[in-house]
Design a protein around this ligand. Structure first.
Ligand code: FRU
Length: 534
């Protein structure tokens, strides 16, 4: 193992080599999951972008196929950029993607499968009508990209949105079409914002709350836009007759800035899995190492573990959870129950491969009433996490996990909570602190933080972390708040890596249960192997 690259992952999606960015056009078709992604066939940096293509039966094991769409024509010769798939009547998939055209203008193109009876959809043909949408009138040719999955209105017309920026406002331009070829721009965008800058990779979809005890299920629409290296979401009510989207809160609203992930997670995209009747989210997790190191290791970029997305019972936030299928990789289970973690205490979770693991822990908070009070000036959770790090003392917390830690703890990533009192309520702060993640220099080690909005009457909080060599995906409060980080330890690699539980609060917390597993390697087959097997 020691000869193996320490930062390649075992169960996160990544190509055999080279650069990867956005997930594109994910779908479930005739029993097969498809993932396309932005890919450079020639190197570990961004460029020569094509749509690489992989397939899976369970979203865990993958077969890499040849790229589905490559730059070839005047309408996409400088790159086949992000886009989405839509099912046309008769369950015929169609891809809308952005072409960087011969004049470096961004245009929207259509591609369809050569043979729809092939469940692997290996070959795609570009429409003779391309480009379908061009940057005319007030549309900036450099800010016009990433078409969503289209949807049909009550009038049978197709709708699609495209990310843009016009007169300084980020927006989703709306188009309508009868035949999916000729598109007419709507007078009004679906939504826009003066605060955001350009919207990349918009996504728009219905989401509902899990149906508990027969109560009426309600649903909302999510609009996601990618800007400032972050994926932001808003919830609202969409009126399909008029295409009005009435939002509950808006992008970057103070105190209510919903994000899928408060760490490293960008240009994400969802799809509806008609097989398992769920909405699944993929997101790109970029390296935080230097470009020269990316080139040296020969690759750059991961995809998050696919996450199911539902609306919380309050209807005010989203909840995400790693797809169930990933649990098939769990092995070597270690458990603790009803274990008190006293003031200043730290203990190791032994017996697992801590560099490749899945950990779920649930903490009871018997001493909540004695939590320290939150200074009303402390409004920025990320700043709070850096100022009140894992080693500082608090009352209820900091408590949580030290992951990818070296034996001497000189390397460690702390994923933890700290709880404050505000008026007669509580505020849960969740942090992922990468500042001591590696003895190596020249890495991005940003500390991430966010609040977790839970029901405090329950007096407990859960944390799950998926650890995979150079990525840590953490889900707080049953997936109400997610934080993903990239780390590159020098010592804490392979079997030298350890996992600990700690409490640096002066008050005890109690682990009601902790389950940790080593994770097996997902099976990834390159195209060549598949051919040989035939
Ligand atoms: C987002 C993005 C998209 C674009 C693609 C190009 O990361 O910039 O807006 O289509 O990547 O690779």
């Amino acid at each position: 193992l020691s000869g193996e690259q320490p930062y390649r992952t075992a169960y996160h999606f990544q190509p055999p080599k080279n650069w990867m960015n956005d997930p594109n056009g994910p779908m479930y078709y005739k029993g097969v999951y498809h993932l396309f992604y932005q890919f450079n066939p020639y190197g570990a940096v961004w460029g020569n972008i094509s749509w690489a293509h992989s397939i899976s039966y369970d979203l865990v094991d993958w077969v890499h196929l040849e790229p589905a769409i490559n730059p070839s024509d005047p309408f996409d010769i400088n790159g086949c950029w992000s886009g989405s798939t839509t099912f046309l009547p008769g369950e015929k998939p169609a891809i809308l993607y952005t072409g960087d055209d011969i004049k470096n203008r961004q245009v929207q193109n259509l591609a369809v499968p050569k043979n729809v009876s092939d469940p692997l959809l290996i070959e795609w043909v570009k429409s003779p009508h391309n480009p379908l949408l061009t940057p005319i009138d007030d549309i900036d040719p450099q800010n016009f990209r990433d078409p969503t999955t289209a949807w049909q209105g009550p009038d049978r017309l197709w709708r699609v949105i495209v990310g843009s920026k016009i007169n300084g406002s980020g927006m989703a331009i709306l188009y309508r079409s009868r035949d999916f070829v000729e598109w007419i721009r709507s007078d009004n965008p679906l939504h826009s914002s003066t605060k955001t800058g350009m919207w990349e990779c918009p996504d728009f979809y219905p989401v509902s709350a899990n149906n508990t005890n027969g109560e009426e299920k309600f649903s909302k629409h999510v609009l996601k836009a990618s800007f400032k290296n972050q994926d932001h979401c808003i919830l609202g009510n969409y009126m399909p007759m008029t295409d009005k989207f009435e939002v509950d809160t808006d992008f970057l609203d103070e105190g209510l800035d919903l994000r899928y992930d408060y760490g490293n997670f960008y240009a994400s995209k969802t799809f509806y899995d008609s097989g398992k009747k769920r909405r699944i989210l993929w997101g790109w997790v970029i390296e935080s190492d230097s470009e020269s190191n990316d080139i040296e290791k020969g690759w750059s970029g991961l995809q998050s573990i696919p996450r199911s997305v539902v609306l919380s019972g309050t209807g005010r936030q989203l909840m995400q959870w790693p797809i169930k299928e990933i649990e098939k990789l769990r092995t070597n289970k270690v458990s603790f129950h009803e274990k008190e973690v006293k003031d200043g205490f730290i203990f190791e979770v032994p017996g697992i491969t801590a560099s490749q693991a899945d950990v779920e822990v649930s903490f009871d908070l018997p001493n909540l009433d004695e939590a320290e009070s939150l200074d009303p000036n402390w409004v920025d959770p990320q700043l709070l996490c850096s100022q009140k790090g894992a080693s500082g003392r608090g009352r209820v917390g900091p408590f949580g996990l030290l992951v990818l830690a070296s034996k001497d703890l000189t390397e460690q990533t702390a994923v933890f909570f700290r709880i404050f009192r505000r008026h007669d309520n509580y505020v849960v702060l969740m942090c992922s602190d990468q500042s001591r993640s590696s003895l190596r220099e020249g890495l991005g080690k940003t500390i991430y933080g966010a609040f977790v909005h839970i029901d405090h009457r329950e007096k407990k909080i859960s944390l799950r972390s998926l650890i995979d060599h150079s990525i840590i995906e953490s889900f707080g409060g049953d997936g109400r708040t997610c934080i993903t980080a990239r780390v590159y330890p020098k010592l804490a690699i392979h079997t030298e890596s350890r996992l600990y539980v700690f409490n640096n609060g002066t008050l005890s917390v109690r682990i009601s249960s902790l389950n940790a597993w080593s994770m097996k390697r997902a099976q990834i087959f390159p195209m060549q192997n598949r051919r040989k097997q035939q």
